[in-house]
Design a protein around this ligand. Structure first.
Ligand code: IMP
Ligand code: MG
Length: 205
């Protein structure tokens, strides 16, 4: 039987003051043997996301970009990034599956969830967690460009330049990382580790 969970609500008569301070460490999770060396620290992530937000704010002044977030990994990055873009902007989501092995994409991509928004004449910014071979992004760019947007740019938190197989350069890049499997800050391995507050290398036994 599932454990009973009591209600979590403010005591009667007391106002609930929200003071959200996100953890920089998760002590129990971080014991996990799958978490290897740190690739990008929390402070570096925060600083870089602010810089990317400022660059987008500058470049898109006077426009209302539509951020297209590629599920699921980029959700974490998107939510931090969007809150430092000082412009009216919108968000929409796409889910794609890339045929291939767990760590190697094939370039054959299937759309699992398409955009709700119509993007003709819109300034679209694809927000990706990581560009590895670039095959997924290449497909997405072709697909979205065929819908008549005013512009399409890519903002990727991470790239692995040594793995890139296609001729494609995201306009905005957070960090270049070496050829290693990354986890944390949205990135998963078998759906785990997305809640790790920083980016680490997967430590394989
Ligand atoms: P690509 O098509 O080879 O560029 O792969 C892109 C997708 O594969 C990303 O959007 C991720 O979902 C996944 N991926 C690639 N490399 C990594 C990694 O190091 N960690 C976690 N996911 C990755
Ligand atoms: Mg992804």
């Amino acid at each position: 039987m599932a454990a009973e969970v009591g209600p979590l609500r403010p005591e009667a008569g007391r106002s609930l003051t929200l003071s959200v301070r996100l953890p920089r460490t998760l002590p129990a999770l971080m014991q996990d043997a799958g978490i290897g060396r740190t690739l990008v620290e929390v402070d570096e992530l925060q600083q870089r996301v602010r810089e990317l937000g400022a660059a987008i704010t500058r470049d898109y002044a006077g426009r209302e970009p539509l951020l297209v977030c590629v599920l699921k990994g980029a959700v974490f990055f998107l939510s931090d990034l969007m809150r430092v873009i000082d412009l009216p902007c919108e968000v929409d989501f796409m889910a794609v599956a890339s045929y291939g092995s767990a760590t190697q994409s094939s370039g054959v991509v299937r759309i699992l969830k398409d955009l709700d928004a119509v993007i003709d004449n819109r300034d679209v910014i694809i927000v990706e967690d990581i560009v590895d071979s670039g095959l997924t992004l290449q497909y997405l760019l072709r697909n979205l460009n065929a819908r008549g947007p005013r512009s399409v740019a890519v903002c990727a938190l991470l790239t692995k330049p040594s793995r890139l197989e296609v001729d494609l350069e995201p306009r905005y890049v957070g960090f270049e990382i070496p050829d290693t499997f990354a986890i944390g800050y949205g990135l998963d391995h078998d759906e785990r580790y997305r809640n790790l507050p920083y980016v680490a290398a997967l430590h394989e036994e």
